[in-house]
Design a protein around this ligand. Structure first.
Ligand SMILES: [Zn+2]
Length: 230
């Protein structure tokens, strides 16, 4: 109730505007959302640890890139649900074409053994940014499909350099052994499928390292889903 009241007051004094066209209403309006090209295909390439990847859009889409940057670096947390909506739109376009999409839309709750989690952030970075955009995207995504979201399933225990500054080899080295499973959830992932969600997939070093940890803890399958692929 307090949250709604706070939002109503904030909306009255600082009404939301679309970050793309400045129209009053939402921070990303439906017209601008509809301009984004949603990918209709999952990736069938072979990964080291991931069993498959779903990318909702291409990172070279200027609007997508700008929304991700605003969410991440300008701390516009309210953009996270719109980023999740892009992944949801991608799965809707796929409908029943893939194992994962058919399970998400299955009417007899075929997702009870599917856990959803985000790519973790180091606690020092989280302190500076206030929120983990990846987990904010997962929160909205899991609500849409009624999935089991486990915040903090993975922990980032090593501080790393920003991946964007590095080459492919350096990125792999940078995130090597940077993640651990939260000891509280060690037993939880055993024999379960996990859907790991992040904002961007470039070389895949981060997602692969997270998938490696989940597999070491005996997750049966690890899928990846991202807002944009670079
Ligand atoms: Zn707009």
């Amino acid at each position: 109730m307090w949250k709604n009241l706070k939002e109503t007051i904030l909306d009255a004094f600082w009404p939301k505007r679309c970050v793309n066209c400045n129209k009053l209403g939402q921070c990303l309006c439906a017209d601008c959302f509809s301009l984004i090209d949603i990918l209709r295909e999952p990736s069938y390439e072979k990964f080291r640890h991931l069993d498959g990847l779903h990318a909702a859009t291409a990172y070279n889409d200027k609007m997508v890139k700008s929304i991700i940057h605003l969410c991440k670096y300008n701390r516009l947390k309210e953009l996270a649900p719109h980023l999740a909506d892009l992944i949801i739109a991608h799965f809707k376009l796929l409908d029943n074409q893939t194992l994962l999409s058919s399970r998400l839309f299955s009417e007899n709750q075929g997702c009870s053994d599917l856990i959803v989690c985000g790519v973790p952030m180091h606690r020092k970075k989280l302190k500076n940014r206030d929120f983990n955009q990846s987990e904010e995207i997962v929160r909205h995504f899991s609500e849409e499909f009624g999935l089991f979201f486990v915040p903090g399933l993975l922990l980032k225990t090593k501080t790393t350099r920003p991946q964007a500054e590095l080459t492919k080899e350096e990125r792999m080295e940078n995130v090597l052994n940077a993640f651990e499973i939260n000891p509280l959830f060690k037993q939880l992932v055993k024999d379960k499928e996990v859907l790991l969600i992040d904002d961007v997939f470039t070389t895949g070093a981060t997602m692969e390292e997270c998938a490696k940890i989940l597999k070491q803890n005996r997750a049966s399958r690890v899928w990846g889903a991202v807002v944009a692929r670079g």
